[in-house]
Design a protein around this ligand. Sequence first.
Ligand SMILES: NC(=O)c1ccc[n+]([C@@H]2O[C@H](COP(=O)([O-])OP(=O)(O)OC[C@H]3O[C@@H](n4cnc5c(N)ncnc54)[C@H](OP(=O)(O)O)[C@@H]3O)[C@@H](O)[C@H]2O)c1
Length: 292
Amino acid sequence: MKTLVLGCKGQVGSEVMAPLACFGEVVGADLADVDVGDLDALRAFVRRVAPDLVVNAAAYNEVDRAEQDEQGALRVNAHAVALLGEEMKRARGALLHYSTDFVFDGTTGRPYREDDAPNPLGKYGESKLAGERALAELDAPAIVLRTAWVWSLRRKSFVSAMLKLAREREVLKVVDDQVGCPTSARDLAEITALIAYGARADVHRAFSDARGVYHAAGAGACSRFELARAAIELDPAKHEHKVRSIEPVPTSAYPLPARRPASAPLDCGKLGARFGLALPDWRDSLARAFTV
Ligand SMILES: NC(=O)c1ccc[n+]([C@@H]2O[C@H](COP(=O)([O-])OP(=O)(O)OC[C@H]3O[C@@H](n4cnc5c(N)ncnc54)[C@H](OP(=O)(O)O)[C@@H]3O)[C@@H](O)[C@H]2O)c1
């Protein structure tokens, strides 16, 4: 099986290359190889590589910038995704794509299921939802993993940012009224590879049969404040920290252009029921990341 990983230098893309290479050929591409927002270039690139499976980890992830750049976000998060769905349908291949908890408004007061009504609060969430809908309308052989709060110690993420700030500041103020499911980029990459591995005999058919949206996030939920505190406490290089106090603050303390869902934990039961897979508890993943 030949897999093309788009966004191969990002948090998830960089982690997915190694497990995929255990059972097939893997071609990685990032912005320098092809701008997925350039649809003609993307089409030509995909046809040249001719993969059986595309793992699309490329995304326009700048939630606040998207408020001023709706078209830019739509090009990458929706139009490129539609093109990938179309191409893989035409070539009888398959697509694994990622979406976000930001498609929800965070007001239900319980973990979201795949069939809960989306209601994005900002342009980033709208663009990701448009990508999901395009794949559904095309009836593409596509599995969409909706994830949340993706972190990695090796790339820019909320967790790595907090660890950096802990080395620079004595007091950290972190919002405690946004709740979500922290997801290790490595765990999500491994789940991705396990789904691809299970489908390898006939990836087009397997993805066509299983097509749709699946929630795939770390088990458990917490606030940004709890996540920051756990990361700082677990960091084995604490002697480098300057931080003396971590203080909870409301979201209103940090006014940002885009609204975020207040509480959008994801119920990942469908992923377990269909594939027998579940991501570990977020705290266990965080602890493990510091030991390997
Ligand atoms: N990060 C989160 O908290 C989060 C939460 C929910 C869902 N997700 C979804 O999970 C998936 C993976 O996210 P991630 O955190 O791994 O993202 P990431 O670390 O930002 O990686 C995305 C990669 O795509 C590249 N890229 C951006 N625009 C591109 C373009 N026009 N053409 C080609 N490549 C481009 C980026 O390059 P540059 O770095 O050079 O821009 C980067 O290497 C995405 O679909 C994202 O929407 C992420």
